[in-house]
Write a protein that binds this ligand. Structure first.
Ligand SMILES: Nc1ncnc2c1ncn2[C@@H]1O[C@H](COP(=O)(O)OP(=O)(O)OP(=O)(O)O)[C@@H](O)[C@H]1O
Length: 278
């Protein structure tokens, strides 16, 4: 493998479910001042014991069911979340597209957001000035809207501006979470071309997506996350096959259970009928 750019060793993170909380004024009035006895917090680990290395220039897809920890893994790589176990090392700066709006503030205008978020990611005032027009052009935001607060933008407009800005960063690592699912057809095509260019320039990318076409298009390798564990680290086709087989097995098991229940209910109804007849 090329020089590792991302190294994860025994990575794990836990969240508290049902965190113990103080009662609200209304609840205190009804139940008294004691804390809610049913609201004890328990930890759960959406990800545990995850280890892998990603080399320079690789594009790795992360696949798995909803809620299995894919976005959490990207947030750990981005440094947005701190692991509770293990460690993740990233050699170089990270350009994160983790949520649809690239961290934009709804109260600020498109222009203000581009300048704020761009500078937070290390773009100099000169770079921002030089690239501003290109960013707005790429995002296809009409001039009359660029000085409007982004709360008035459609979700497509926000995503386009977010992608246009983050794709201008020259950071060696790019993290993309489901962003390609939102844009319209022509914007998607532009995003594909932008990603192709980034990969040609040896950038490293981790892509979370439920779109198999996108995963096959960009990724050579796939990490299949199952029940919070790294079930497979293999080529993207094998990762998708394993995921699809597991999904089919789950669907079949659910169908069988449903049929069994139906049969049991029918048998019980027949027994009732026999007893009544007797
Ligand atoms: N800040 C948080 N606090 C508590 N639980 C969280 C937090 N963030 C995520 N979770 C939980 O962790 C689990 C993994 O979430 P995550 O968003 O990583 O899943 P995912 O695989 O990306 O799902 P999807 O395919 O639906 O986007 C879920 O059960 C989610 O509810």
């Amino acid at each position: 493998m090329a020089q590792p750019v991302i190294e994860a060793k025994g990575l794990g993170v836990k969240f508290a479910v049902n965190r113990r909380r103080k009662r609200s004024l209304r609840e205190m009035f009804i139940h008294g001042t004691k804390r809610d006895p049913n609201a004890g917090s328990t930890d759960f680990w959406p990800l545990r014991d995850v280890s892998f290395e990603i080399g320079e220039g690789e594009c790795v897809g992360i696949v798995g069911k909803n809620g299995t920890g894919k976005s959490t893994l990207l947030k750990l790589i981005a440094g947005v979340l701190i692991p509770d176990e293990g460690e993740v090392t990233v050699h170089g700066k990270v350009a994160p597209l983790l949520e649809l709006r690239a961290g934009f503030n709804d109260q600020l205008t498109g222009r203000e957001n581009v300048n704020l978020v761009g500078s937070l990611h290390g773009m100099t005032p000169q770079q921002l000035e030089d690239r501003f027009e290109q960013i707005v052009d790429f995002a296809e935001i009409e001039e009359r809207f660029i000085d409007t607060p982004v709360r008035h933008y459609s979700s497509g407009m926000k995503v386009r501006l977010g992608f246009a800005l983050i794709s201008q960063l020259e950071h060696p690592v790019m993290l993309v979470d489901e962003v390609l699912a939102v844009g319209d057809k022509s914007f998607k095509r532009k995003c594909y071309e932008a990603i192709d260019r980034m990969l040609e320039n040896n950038r490293t990318m981790v892509l979370v997506s439920h779109n198999e076409g996108d995963l096959r298009r960009f990724c050579g390798r796939g990490l299949y996350i199952k029940d919070g564990l790294l079930a497979l680290d293999t080529d993207i086709e094998s990762a998708l096959s394993a995921y699809n087989e597991d999904t089919q097995a789950e669907i079949d098991a659910r169908k069988n259970n449903k049929n069994k229940k139906k049969k049991n209910n029918n048998d019980n109804n027949d027994d009732d009928g026999d007893e009544k007849a007797a």
